[in-house]
Design a protein around this ligand. Sequence first.
Ligand code: PMP
Length: 422
Amino acid sequence: MSNIFETLESEVRTYSRSWPVVFTHASGATQTDENGREYLDFFSGAGALNYGHNNPVLTAPLLEYLASGAVVHSLDMMTPAKREFLETFQELILKPRHLDYKVMFPGPTGTNTVEAALKLARKVTGRQHILSFTNAFHGMTLGALSVTGNSLKRKGAGIPLTNSSKIPYDDYFDGTTADFMWLERILDDSGSGVDKPAAVIVETVQGEGGLRAARTEWLRSLSALLKRHEILLIVDDVQAGCGRTGTFFSFEEAGIEPDIVCVSKSISGYGLPMALTLFHPELDVWEPGEHNGTFRGNNPAFVTATAALRAYWADDKFEKQLAGTIATLHTGLEKIAGSVEGAGVRGRGLLAGVIFKDLEIASKVAAEAFANGLLVETSGPEDEVVKIMPPLNVTDEQLARGLEILAAAVRTAVESSTLAHA
Ligand code: PMP
């Protein structure tokens, strides 16, 4: 059946191919399609909907703001909405964590904050080279793409992606080689032929690249090594941040303080475009206007961001509840992985999934889950991991139901793959 999405919209679309229905309504962890069918959404807008769809706690101040005649678009002009966001972010997020960061609004997307971070690192150090990790994902604009691993995405650039090199992520060699030693060695060896980089950019959990999660001790060693060599550490917390791994920033558990932090996706809490680039004050060497962008002042996003911080991060109640949800998810995933030979759990917090020995299974699981009313996507260069990312405030009942659908989908996918290979 041809429709306007297929006839007019570009071939580049992806999610609409995996989930070929028209979604009309959404609430919390559910979405409803045009035919009235409800789906459990364990995809959460690729991490942009950590507090669920249309969360009423955020809808109310948003509607009030829009109805009040207050400024909606403001580039980087000052508005009360921006003031409140900055004050709240300082009080509820930075201060309690003893983090000393300036806040830059780089333009509203994840790739925007990554571009700003890379540019700033180069400007501060006067060095060009950036190191990033195997299977990293940092965005689709040229700078971010140059530090991204996926070959299909890199090819899309159409030009050489230069001034960056890849280094092995934690456990890249599945424990057979101490991968971290490699970086340590080349930085210490003046004959290694590797130019001293401006920065290393890392995701603490590789959201798109297969859900590998770096160990806390690995992150700590990385941070210490880079400090010793005066190389900046950029943590890309676009997907893993805003509570996804159980703490507001994903690097808190490791006890490190990156020089630069990229935040986007769920910072507005409502799915409204917004991004931050955070950096230590001494790195704030920008000239006024040296990096700009029309959509840096999305006031409705500031309003929902402030409301989300106040509702969920004013004390440790939400974090405690989140710890229980994370434990339940991981118990469920371990059980599912344990039922399939060679399968294993990947990820951390509510950014987790299952990898199968047969690389085709994860896509089959996602398709089967959709047929049974559960939205989950895949992750990894071969789509080899089925990725489970419910909203952080998913209810126990929804989580249990989602895990049940997932377990059944895994059984069906494994059976069909066994038959296909028999
Ligand atoms: N960094 C990471 C870690 C991401 O997961 C993503 C998006 N998946 C991006 C950057 C890019 O964000 P955006 O799509 O908003 O440009």
